[in-house]
Design a protein around this ligand. Sequence first.
Ligand code: GP9
Ligand code: MN
Length: 668
Amino acid sequence: MSRWNFLSTSFPRPGGKPGFWFTWIAYLIFVALMLGKLNLLDHELNLPYIDMSGIDFLIAAGCLLVLTFWILWLPSRGVLWALALMNFLLSFVIFADLVYFRYFGDFLTIPVLLQAGQVESLGGSIGELLHWRDLWFFADFPLMLIGALWSWSRRRKAKSGSGYSIDYSVNHSAQRGSRFRVFLTRRLPAGLLILIIGFSAAFFPIRHASQTWAKNLLENNWWNVSMYNVTGLLGFHLIDSYRYVQTEINKGQPLPEERLSEIRDWFQDHQAARSSSAELLGAYKGSNVVTVQGEAFMNFFVGKKIDGQAITPNLDALREDSLYFDHFYHQTGQGRTSDADLATNISLHPLPSGSVFIRYANNAFDTMSSILKKEGYTSSVFHAYDGSFWNRNRMYQEMGYDHFYTEKEFKIDEPLGWSLGDRSFLNQSVGYMEQMPEPFYSFLITLSSHHPYNLDLPEEDKLPVGEFENTVFGDYLQSVHYLDSALGDMIERLKKDGLWENTIFVFYGDHDFSLDERESVSKLLEKPVSEFEYSQMMGQVPLLIHLPDGKLAGTYSQPGGQLDTMPTLLNLLGIDAGKYPLMGRNLLNQSDSNSLVVLRTGAFADGQIYYEPSADGVFENGICYDLNTGQPTDVEKARAGYEEAVKRLSISDDVIAKDLIPVLNESK
Ligand code: GP9
Ligand code: MN
């Protein structure tokens, strides 16, 4: 027998088992199809640094072999079923990643899949994200079906006597013995060979990249896109799964003492940045706080007009006697709305993958609600939607709210978009506040301006959007104009019922609108918008803080971010935020001139520069922009900020993963 005998065998007889050559050919067709689909995905994503040729192709093929080598260990007939199943599964994964990427600019991860129940609610949006050409991903499915029917009909024929049949007179234990021999001499070595080839093709190039041009790729865990650029999609999912299991295993293990003291020192060193000047500490002690988080509400259109009509007339009026932060960044990650909520109410960074609300709802956090309750506040959160979305029911309990008003507690008298229209939502919420003992903290999350923005608005709420009529961008402007109008009504009511004079009113946007609309934005603003300017617009949301007496009003242009809201508000209420392990800074603290704002992607801004990391994760390949000119400048100017940004993200990740808030509070 030749030593290559594991490769030699025959095609199936009708009704007989498919031979080993047949298995190989089917397997190779499967590999070719999958690589074709991965190539198609890459083409659709159109990312730099990866083009599925050369090394990228080798890694993709290697990962595919590692994922599927075991199929060659199966008995012949099982091979076809396993290939069909894997084709189905992987095609689905590739396609799901594509759709997810079109909306979030990111890849699916295990933690995101654990929040998959939420995908249902994206129904309307998903329709917008599908294209007819996507059918190519499933073009081989009809062939698979024909193959399955063909094999089924041949087996039927064989059973009914025509053609070949199995010889039942053969001794069963002899059959088993020969099957085992076939496994040992053919299938086992074939599968192992494929595993070794696949592992070498994927592992060595990835290791080489992570030791050279993509240094620290695996350690600096902040941007899935840079990981994809090195590992390809399957490699990314393999590493993500490994990391998820590793995180789950590590959850219970305490941090080494040196790391803990490094973290303690960081909070200690930044205590002053969280604290307040003496004259502002407690300037509004005892005031109510009403914070409204606006869905997908960005900053680029605030104060702008379209055909002479203001897009945000009510915010424009509110800006007159409010603090308006016009370089305020959202710091969200995959947890979207829930991340904005975390940043604002807990002052920690979101995770590199998934949502803290879902992954770490059991942690003990210092929250706006829990801290204010110690000062005698009543605290409530309002969101007219299913209370389980983003695991809010559970998380809000841990965050120490007295009550969570979900859709069940609202009269759906203005159905709009996903749920109740913002106008009625805000109005009914104020109705609840009017009954509350003061002081109170109320946190409200709006929903009408959610993707895909195609609201069925009554005529009086429509903003004439001119050339943007019947476009997604036009719909978006309509939806934010509607939220602005609903806010106007809310403020009116707060003024009428006398709450306004004793309330700090806060409004900010949760994140960007998930659209690629640079051209439309430039038309709206009637000026060219550079790529850099557009990326800034995507990163920035407005923050308005109206103080009960309208003092300190003006435009604040130092960079700030959602993590900074909590320390800023606590100090105004007379609570020294320096005492708490928060990662944000007090936006009104003049002594801290650096005002570093770190985004989950590893990008950061300070008063002078904005650093945009490179998709390959290498510091030197990132771009450092001078904020005064908007032009790239020497990347070395960003080095210190970069090191601090990396440090902050990893500290925040450890604080969350190791549930460190109680530990840090103990050691104060
Ligand atoms: C629904 C809402 C969803 O409760 O918070 O917003 P999203 O996270 O998809 O922006
Ligand atoms: Mn949102």
